[in-house]
Write a protein that binds this ligand. Structure first.
Ligand SMILES: Nc1ncnc2c1ncn2[C@@H]1O[C@H](COP(=O)(O)OP(=O)(O)OP(=O)(O)O)[C@@H](O)[C@H]1O
Ligand SMILES: [Mg+2]
Length: 318
């Protein structure tokens, strides 16, 4: 390290060099056949802050595993992941509760629930944890129940700012439900505010969907910092169950970013990457998960395989 001194002692600063992490060259789309492995030409750029993602612990006996699906970056596939993993697990006989803590409320739509007909929502659960049992709704999928998020969540964080124990509301609310389910999946908004913190405090594990695009790793560094803080101050058990690569295509950029993520978290990345697939994007408009819309599509197959890996990690395989 250079010793401190007068700035005039320093040689003149270089003109800011361009940092080129990856090449923005599209490749011809080709069938997605190779297993995921670090791309051949991985850039030498490294994240600037340490990205230590802690591993999770097994679920305590006799109760549901609680898993938060989180990434403060918007549109990376959090909700699509919650809906389709929930549906896949239910299809395999597991009892699933989805908790939508996002005011966009897309989990309800994607699971065929009409939000306008719902009385209690995630907002009620956060303000009055004892309402959780009565806030669950059936969905279009047998064995999947939902606590609906909706616009009423907007402004909630401000309202809760002065409440004692505000980070533990979700945890308190879910406690009486845990012995009745095998898994609780929490969808989060694209932010790291109080509602997301509540979800992390209530959880055993974390799933991080990451779009294999530029800036993916920078976003992960911020999230890793939040996870570390939650672990040291509020929930020492929490850890990461998996990093999912989403909306993946066979472009050079996508492959290089996937390679970097894989290098950074070799044991946490869940393979295969989820391919960019229009059938996944269409399914919510029909109010069904991909396994009812088009199970043999690329997206349908990828979510099936991902669920098999996670089922094993979560100790749910029979
Ligand atoms: N693998 C995929 N291929 C194509 N489209 C996808 C895929 N995954 C998700 N989408 C679509 O991309 C959009 C964003 O996905 P999604 O809503 O799941 O992201 P999100 O992270 O929950 O977003 P937000 O941060 O706004 O909550 C949606 O229109 C969704 O249907
Ligand atoms: Mg979402």
């Amino acid at each position: 390290m250079a010793s401190a001194g007068d700035i005039s002692d320093l040689p003149e600063a270089n003109e800011a060099p361009l940092v080129i992490d990856v090449q923005f060259i599209e490749e011809e789309e080709e069938p997605f056949s190779q297993p995921l492995e670090a791309a051949d030409e991985i850039s030498t750029a490294r994240p600037r802050s340490p990205m230590d993602l802690p591993h999770s612990l097994p679920t305590p006996n006799g109760r549901a595993r609680v898993v938060t699906v989180i990434n403060q970056k918007g549109g990376v596939g959090k909700t699509t992941t919650v809906i389709n993993i929930a549906a896949q697990l239910a299809l395999r006989g597991h009892r699933v509760l989805v908790v939508d803590s996002d005011s966009q409320g897309n989990c309800a739509t994607g699971l065929g629930v009409d939000k306008s007909r719902v009385r209690n929502t995630t907002r009620d659960l956060m303000l009055s944890p004892e309402t959780a049992v009565d806030s669950r709704h059936a969905t279009a999928i047998e064995n999947v129940h939902i606590i609906v998020g909706d616009r009423s969540l907007i402004g909630l964080e401000q309202e809760m700012m002065r409440q004692l124990g505000r980070e533990r509301r979700m945890s308190e609310a879910l406690e009486p439900l845990l012995s009745h389910y095998d898994i609780v999946l929490i969808d989060t908004p694209p932010s790291l505010g109080l509602v997301s913190i509540n979800s992390l405090v209530a959880s055993d594990g974390i799933i991080i969907p990451v779009q294999t695009e530029y800036f993916a790793l920078e976003g992960l560094a911020l999230l890793a910092g939040t996870i570390r803080e939650v672990r040291s101050l509020l929930n020492e058990r929490i850890g990461v169950d998996g990093v999912l690569l989403t909306m993946h295509a066979q472009t050079l950029l996508n492959k290089q970013v996937a390679g970097e993520i894989l290098e950074s978290f070799p044991d946490l990345v869940v393979s295969p990457p989820i391919r960019r697939n229009v059938r996944l994007a269409e399914a919510p408009s029909h109010g069904v998960p991909i396994h009812l819309h088009d199970p043999s599509s690329a997206g349908g197959k990828d979510y099936q395989e991902i669920t098999t890996v996670l089922e094993r990690r979560w100790g749910l395989s029979r």
